[in-house]
Design a binder for this molecule. Structure first.
Ligand SMILES: Nc1ncnc2c1ncn2[C@@H]1O[C@H](COP(=O)(O)OP(=O)(O)OP(=O)(O)O)[C@@H](O)[C@H]1O
Ligand SMILES: [Mg+2]
Length: 269
């Protein structure tokens, strides 16, 4: 059995979507897969088990009021879910960091190939329990600058857990989700310039965010000159005059062509 936590303390980055997709794909490939909804928002459970029937949840499992196997609902071929519960908020995890790990050692789960744990977007004791029970952590992030810069804190925390509570814990990778193909928005450019103005070296920003030198230098120049990244707002008066003259020249040429054509037509009559 391999247990993988899907996590980030930032909300809305796609943890539940990715948990659900990975679990579904593993099951489709023939691996017996168990999803655990460790988020009191219960979003993963809403995807697979939307009916309101009273069933055992992860809360009952962790409270040891129900054998783990009784909480495993079959939701597709090879795919099982232990539903989440809002009651997790009230669960007293004091000295219980290993509780999920111990539950997963139950012999009834011996055939399970993968356990996928969907985490809540905050650092909590439930999250800690999930990390202590995991072999791997897949970190999910979006492409916002501040999400990326917060990743260091999460990785540091995981390292502490690895050193103190779960020596097998390993970060399997980071998924950059929800990539905006139009990432060079004004907001993004402004964030890059602000990082630079706050002292982050130009070369580091360019490398870290995979920018071209010329684009980065242009954004800094535009920001300092006019606070606008629109080309039109950053032209000198000479450049604007030149553009006007070109337009005027174009218009005169067109008028000239029309007059020539008119003269030709009148000449034929
Ligand atoms: N790759 C993607 N492209 C576009 N939208 C996405 C993508 N991944 C997730 N979403 C959407 O983003 C929203 C948040 O996704 P999701 O619920 O999976 O995030 P989450 O990290 O689990 O959120 P929370 O922190 O609240 O648990 C959902 O509306 C989802 O459909
Ligand atoms: Mg979620």
């Amino acid at each position: 059995m391999k247990t993988i936590s899907i996590a980030n303390s930032k909300g809305g980055v796609g943890k539940t979507s990715i948990s659900s997709n990975i679990a579904y794909e593993l099951a489709r490939r023939g691996y017996l897969t168990l999803m655990i909804d460790l988020d009191p928002q219960c979003d993963l459970s809403k995807v697979y088990s939307p009916d309101k029937k009273v069933r055992p949840t992860i809360f009952n499992v962790l409270s040891l009021s129900c054998p783990i196997v009784d909480a495993c609902q079959e939701v597709a071929d090879n795919l099982y879910l232990i539903p989440g519960s809002q009651d997790l908020i009230h669960f007293d995890f004091h000295n219980s960091e290993h509780i999920l790990s111990q539950c997963l050692e139950d012999e009834t789960l011996v055939e399970v190939d993968f356990v996928i744990i969907d985490h809540q977007p905050t650092v909590s004791e439930a999250t800690l329990t999930g990390f202590v029970a995991s072999d791997e952590v897949l970190v999910v992030t979006d492409s916002e600058v501040f999400s990326l810069s917060n990743l260091g804190g999460l990785i540091d925390n995981l390292q502490i857990i690895q050193e103190t509570m779960n020596s097998k814990l390993h970060v399997i990778g980071i998924v950059a989700n929800k990539i905006d193909s139009r990432r060079n928005t004004d907001e993004f450019k402004n964030q890059m310039v602000q990082l630079f103005l706050k002292g982050k070296p130009r070369s580091e920003i360019i490398k870290e965010y995979d920018l071209t030198e010329s684009a980065f230098d242009r954004w800094v120049k535009q920001s300092q000159a006019t606070s606008s990244f629109r080309e039109a707002d950053n032209r000198s008066s000479e450049e604007n005059e030149l553009i006007q003259l070109r337009k005027e020249n174009q218009r005169l040429k067109m008028e000239n062509d029309i007059l020539k054509q008119a003269a030709l037509i009148l000449g034929r009559k």
